[in-house]
Design a protein around this ligand. Structure first.
Ligand SMILES: Nc1ncnc2c1ncn2[C@@H]1O[C@H](COP(=O)(O)OP(=O)(O)O)[C@@H](O)[C@H]1O
Ligand SMILES: CC(C)(COP(=O)(O)O)[C@@H](O)C(=O)NCCC(=O)O
Length: 331
């Protein structure tokens, strides 16, 4: 296995160009990372692996085996180590207290970079490692303010920016999980109606692992009115993954997804975007580019990308979604 050290800032190239420079990250080329797959016995049967393909229209099974399988194994090691540390701490403190709180991990990255796909693949894979069968997945979009409230605050064109979320509720949600509350509820969001669904909640009960996926999960806590820094969501993460790619590729994926939705979900009479179903292809491309250039692109540059170096692990993708290198924080 070969590995190289990477810069803390800017983009690395997965080719060892920074070898020798001190860095808190370890960078593994795709080849080095994929080599780990040979040493990892898959917890999934061939049929289960095949079923994973259904999670995304274009998910490549080689990618699942070479990239996501070793990642799920590494995560499983972190979960076991956290369990071991918990037991040792309890013994040290002479406590015979309830079981440890769930292992919480964040999945961050731009709109359309592949966060949902990554999070769903990891959920399925992690649930197959016998030590932690109950893996819950929560997306932060349920914590967006309802459209009516966004309108009131003048934030309809800033959906996905940090201020468009009820950050207090999101923080309470993760604090409840990390306090060991057995049952925790999260609100949900409908991409179809483009709004939160007030009366639909996701209930998670005694999970072993909770994956929290969203644009801003690595945002640090802001400074409050009294000058103190509060707690941020990621202060409660045991691990985090940042899904990364070149901005021009992500923009392209956003437009392609928009075009696919125009053929499918936008045709639903309940769709907020049903007006887009009638657009010509060129008009649809222009509209998707407009939304990207005015909302999602600026949010990526101003808020999401600056949090990349906070992640425990960065998955850097190429134009075809294949992972080019993996960057992992040293421990
Ligand atoms: N690993 C992957 N391989 C192939 N296509 C992918 C992969 N991950 C995401 N995609 C595609 O990229 C687009 C965005 O992915 P998605 O998971 O919905 O992103 P996000 O949740 O970050 O908005 C989708 O069209 C999805 O099918
Ligand atoms: C719902 C989102 C803000 C993503 O939320 P997340 O789950 O990452 O918190 C995003 O997908 C979105 O809809 N953005 C608004 C601009 C657009 O329509 O693309």
């Amino acid at each position: 296995m070969t590995s190289t050290e990477a810069h803390t800032e800017g983009e690395s190239h997965g080719n060892g160009s920074h070898e020798g420079e001190a860095s808190p990250y370890l960078e593994l080329s795709r080849e080095a990372w994929a080599d780990l797959a040979h040493e990892t016995v898959s917890p999934l049967s061939a049929e289960e692996l095949e079923r994973l393909r259904g999670l995304s229209d274009r998910l490549d099974l080689t990618e699942v085996e070479q990239v996501y399988l070793p990642l799920s194994r590494l995560l499983s090691l972190y979960v076991s180590a956290a369990g071991g540390l918990h037991r040792e701490q309890e013994a040290f403190l002479h406590r015979r207290t309830p079981p440890r709180t769930p292992f919480v991990m964040g999945v961050a990255g731009s709109v359309a970079v592949g966060k949902s796909t990554t999070a769903r693949v990891l959920q399925q894979m992690l649930a197959h490692w016998p030590e932690h069968p109950n893996v819950a997945l929560i997306t932060t979009d349920g914590f967006l303010y309802p459209n009516a409230e966004l309108e009131r605050r003048g934030l309809m064109q800033r959906k996905g920016f940090p201020e468009s979320y009820d950050r207090r509720a999101l923080l309470k949600f993760v604090v409840d999980i990390k306090s060991g509350k057995e049952e925790v509820e999260a609100p949900t969001y409908s991409h179809l109606v483009y709004d939160v669904v007030g009366d639909e909640k996701v209930v998670i009960k005694s999970p072993d692992i909770v994956i929290i996926e969203g644009l801003n999960v690595l945002q640090p806590a802001g400074v409050r009115g009294d000058g103190r820094t509060g707690l941020g969501l990621s202060d409660f993460f045991d691990f985090s993954v940042y899904v990364d790619a070149g901005t021009s590729h992500i923009r392209q994926w956003y437009v392609e997804r928009f075009l696919r939705l125009r053929e499918t979900a936008f045709r639903d009479p309940h769709s907020y975007f049903r007006k887009y179903a009638a657009l010509t292809r060129d008009e649809a491309v222009a509209e998707a580019e407009r939304i990207w250039d005015t909302i999602n692109g600026p949010n990526l540059t101003q808020n999401v990308l600056p949090t990349r170096s906070r992640a425990t692990l960065v998955l850097r993708k190429d134009k075809d979604h294949s992972v080019r290198y993996v960057r992992l924080r040293k421990i």
